[in-house]
Design a protein around this ligand. Structure first.
Ligand code: PGA
Length: 250
C-alpha cells in the first residue's frame, strides 16, 4: 500500500480560498506517484474542490459524517451525500469530535460501519490526552478506541485506515517523538493484526499531531508510521506539498 498523506483543514477556508489553494496545489503534486494524497475541506467547499480535482492524483475526504442514509437529523451529512461528490475518505472519531462535540466510541463505531457499507474509506482517529499519557494509560485508551471503533468489522479491517493522534500533540506545535510514535504505532499494528486474524495488510497507520515540513522526514522513518494526518501545516499548499515529498524519502 502506498503511504497516505492526508490534510484535515478543519473549520478553515471559504469556498473561494479552497479553490485558490487547489489551483496551486494540484500543479505542485501533479507528477507525484506512489503516494495517496487526500484533502478534507469543509463541507461547503466539497463540491467545488471535487470538480477541481476530478482528473488529478488528489483524493477527496470529508471531516465527519452521520451514519444514516437520510432522515430527520438536522445539520448532519449522510454517506450518500458524500458519495455523490466523489468523496473517497472520511475522517471519523477525530479528537475534536470526541472532546468538543462529545462523540462516544459507540457512535463512532456506527459511523465506521456506515462508511464501509457505502464504500467510503474511514480514517479512524484515536489517541490519548496528556493526562491519560501521564497516568500510563496510553495503550489502554488507544486499545479501547480501536476495539470499539471497529467492532463488528473484524473482516473489513483492511478497508480502514487508522490515525494515531495524541491529543496533546494536536495543534500544539509539540509533536510526538519518533520513539513515542513508533511505540504506539507498533502496538496498534499488533492489535489490529490480532483483531483481524492477520487481514490488516491494507490498513495504514497514520501519525497526526503537529506534523510539519520540518519534522516529517524524521517521523516517517518510524517503521510503523505509514502516512500522516496533517492539520495546521496542511493549510499552506507549499508546506503540505513539502510534507508529502518528505514522506516519500523512505
Ligand atoms: P495539527 O492537527 O497538524 O494542527 O496538529 C492534526 C489533526 O488534528 O488532524
Amino acid at each position: 500500500m502506498a503511504y497516505l498523506i492526508a490534510a484535515n483543514w478543519k473549520m478553515n477556508k471559504t469556498v473561494a480560498e479552497s479553490i485558490d489553494y487547489i489551483k496551486t496545489f494540484k500543479e505542485l503534486v501533479r507528477d507525484l506517484k506512489d503516494v495517496d494524497i487526500m484533502i478534507a475541506p469543509s463541507f461547503t467547499a466539497l463540491s467545488s474542490v471535487s470538480s477541481l480535482i476530478s482528473d488529478t492524483n488528489i483524493n477527496l475526504g470529508a471531516q465527519n459524517m452521520f451514519y444514516a442514509e437520510k432522515g430527520a437529523y438536522t445539520g448532519e451529512i449522510s454517506p450518500i451525500m458524500l458519495k455523490e461528490l466523489n468523496v473517497k475518505y472520511v475522517i471519523l472519531g477525530h479528537s475534536e469530535r470526541r472532546h468538543i462535540f462529545g462523540e462516544k466510541d459507540e457512535l463512532i463505531n456506527k459511523k465506521v460501519h456506515a462508511a464501509i457499507e457505502f464504500g467510503l474509506r474511514p480514517i479512524l482517529c484515536v489517541g490519548e490526552t496528556l493526562e491519560e499519557r501521564e497516568l500510563g494509560k496510553t495503550k489502554s485508551v488507544v486499545e479501547r478506541q480501536i476495539r470499539s471503533g471497529i467492532a463488528g468489522l473484524e473482516k473489513e479491517v483492511s478497508s480502514i485506515d487508522i490515525a494515531y493522534e495524541p491529543v496533546w500533540a494536536i495543534g500544539t506545535g509539540v509533536n510526538a517523538t519518533v520513539e513515542q510514535a513508533q511505540e504506539v504505532h507498533q502496538f496498534i499494528r499488533n492489535l489490529i493484526h490480532d483483531i483481524s486474524k492477520g487481514n490488516d495488510k491494507g490498513t495504514r497507520i497514520l501519525y497526526g499531531g503537529s506534523v510539519n515540513e520540518k519534522n516529517a522526514s524524521e517521523l516517517i522513518k518510524a517503521k510503523d508510521v505509514e502516512g500522516f494526518l496533517v492539520g495546521t501545516a496542511s493549510l499552506d499548499p507549499k508546506k503540505f506539498y513539502e510534507i508529502i515529498l518528505k514522506s516519500m524519502e523512505v
